[in-house]
Design a protein around this ligand. Structure first.
Ligand code: SIN
Length: 554
């Protein structure tokens, strides 16, 4: 196994204060705030968020939220499109829950105050994105859907003083009782009066809603807070993660030059949904003939087609042509993208938009059942941090906001049957460790080269070796940069392990040394956990491809 061992828990000073609540929610995007709003009826709720409340990925979502809201559409058709995009790895029961409960969940959001764009007759305007055969994407402010949803949820939470919200609070590790069940969290709070510094919050339940892992890569659409914290916390607490090798690269991210790093501006799929198309450097369309939906094929297919164009032509981007929209359509329908292009000197009304794939979304994450329960009693997960089985090997566009909404609601419904008892945290005998905060840029480079869009056994082995060396670098004092770096390294190691084991290409996992999808051996999901390995812990899996014998026969 090429994936290096990582710290068993984070090195941090002892907690200086304690508090007790019924439910701790980690994260303040659509999943976390929905969970908090619903769980408040069951007991005391504390939401902790690492930066300010609206700093996560929800705020940045452009295209919209998918749901069968039109009379011409049906949950069954939404289910079919989701299963096809997921390339054989979706859990059909999870997808059914998503598509059947989705329309009412969106109506509840509207009831709460979220405003979606409407047509002249007052009906919600619905558009299309990659992989959808119907117009079913509701949007707000043209292309600012996430910001409107976040605004409505934050306003609702702030109207309810019984939900406590602590900003600038990074969860260090999960507390567990002697029987392994959740007993609370340890966290670091910056500047909250009495709750300043390191503390312990005891709770009956912890809900992870802390978002994704985009900062593992040099270029991503994710904000700087997306450092895989929830996945790392869960792994260190013994939880199972699933499908971690399926990292989605969004096909059309504004290309800002070779050396662009960190969060990059998205050019929503909805732009193609409204008629834009991809062209190469000669202005020739290249998606026609590659898939029946051409430029609106599922995201993995478009991203691969772009990568092939780039590799064949020795280029680092292609172009999106939406000049035919004209000035007014650009201003009304895509004001955010128009402003972002113009701020980088590109006028999409008159010019082609340079685009290239960049890391966008983790389809895998902390495994949950249909009620959002992880494999650790008392630990729940929803939103991007979770793997509910909805996305399989490739998420269908605009299913992520819906998943956060629906599965946060399912967690609350499940907890409504009875909260677990408050447990005494056990003594933590695991060996603490910390990674040097300065390794992050090199980690991002290594992951982009070896575990990015195109992978191979040798590239992954090199990435694993390089990561192992970064882990050995002497670390500084405990603090947010070092804790985030350790979380990134932990998730990177697990991702490399998963991507190495899956010797096929499927969905967003592209192995150039195993270029075909292989249903005979790899039609199952891959689960990983951390196993103690000396003073550290190493990701491992029990997944066995159907059989060696079959593989030789096949
Ligand atoms: C987009 O607007 O293209 C992103 C939508 C998504 O990631 O689902």
């Amino acid at each position: 196994m090429t994936a290096p061992a990582v710290p068993q828990r984070l090195a941090a000073p002892e907690p200086g204060w304690t508090d007790t609540v019924d439910v701790v929610v980690i994260g303040s995007g659509i999943a976390g705030l929905t969970a908090a709003l619903k769980a408040r009826e069951l007991g005391t709720v504390l939401v902790v968020t690492k930066d300010v409340v609206a700093s996560g990925s929800t705020q940045w979502a452009q295209g919209g939220i998918a749901a069968a809201l039109s009379p011409e559409d049906s949950p069954e058709e939404h289910l079919q499109d989701t299963l096809v995009a997921g390339a054989g790895l979706c859990d059909p029961d999870a997808v059914r829950a998503l598509v059947t409960e989705g329309p009412d969940a969106v109506r509840d959001l509207i009831e709460l105050g979220a405003r979606f764009d409407t047509q002249a007759n007052g009906e919600i305007s619905l558009t299309r994105e990659g992989g959808h055969h119907r117009n079913r994407i509701a949007h707000s402010g043209g292309d600012a859907t996430g910001a409107e949803i976040e605004r409505a949820l934050v306003a609702a939470v702030k109207r309810l003083p019984d939900i406590r919200l602590i900003e600038h609070a990074l969860v260090i590790d999960l507390l567990r009782a002697d029987d392994g069940a959740i007993a609370g969290v340890t966290l670091h709070v910056m500047g909250e009066g009495q709750l300043d510094g390191i503390g312990a919050v005891r709770s009956r339940v912890v809900i992870l809603a802390s978002g994704g892992l985009g900062q593992l890569y040099a270029a991503t659409t994710n904000p700087s807070v997306s450092t895989g914290d929830g996945m790392a916390l869960a792994l260190r607490a013994g939880a199972k993660v699933r499908d971690l090798e399926f990292v989605q690269f969004h096909p059309t991210v504004l290309w800002l030059g070779k050396s662009a790093k960190g969060q990059q501006p998205l050019v929503s799929e909805a732009v193609r949904g409204e008629g834009a198309f991809l062209v190469d450097h000669e202005g020739k369309r290249f998606m026609e003939g590659q898939h029946e939906l051409a430029d609106l094929a599922p995201r993995d297919i478009v991203a691969k087609a772009i990568m092939r164009q780039m590799l064949a032509g020795g280029k680092d981007h292609v172009y999106l042509d939406a000049r035919h929209f004209g000035d007014e359509k650009w201003r009304v329908r895509f004001p955010t993208i128009l402003a972002s292009c113009r701020s980088h000197g590109i006028d999409p009304v008159r010019e082609l938009i340079p685009v290239a794939p960049a890391c966008h979304y983790s389809s895998g994450g902390v495994w949950t059942d249909l009620n959002g329960q992880t494999s650790v009693p008392g630990l729940y997960a929803c939103g991007e941090v979770a793997c509910t089985g909805v996305h399989g090997a490739n998420r269908l566009a605009s299913n992520s906001l819906l998943e956060g909404l629906v599965f946060a609601g399912r967690i609350a419904t499940h907890l409504g049957k009875g909260l677990p008892e408050l447990r005494e945290p056990a003594e933590d005998t695991r060996i603490p460790g910390l990674v040097d905060a300065d390794v992050v840029p090199e980690l991002q480079r290594v992951m982009t080269v070896g575990a990015g869009v195109i992978r191979s056994a040798s590239g992954l082995a090199e990435a694993g070796g390089a990561l192992g060396k970064l882990i050995e670098q002497p670390a500084g004092e405990p603090g947010t940069p070092g804790w985030e770096a350790t979380n990134l390294v932990t998730v990177a190691s697990a991702l490399i392990a998963a991507a190495t084991v899956r010797e096929e290409s499927r969905g967003s996992h592209w192995r150039e040394d195993h270029p075909d999808r292989d249903d005979q051996h790899w039609s199952g999901s891959l689960d990983l956990t951390l196993f103690a390995d000396g003073e550290r812990a190493r990701p491992g899996t029990d997944f066995v491809p159907q059989s060696k014998e079959n593989r030789q026969d096949g």
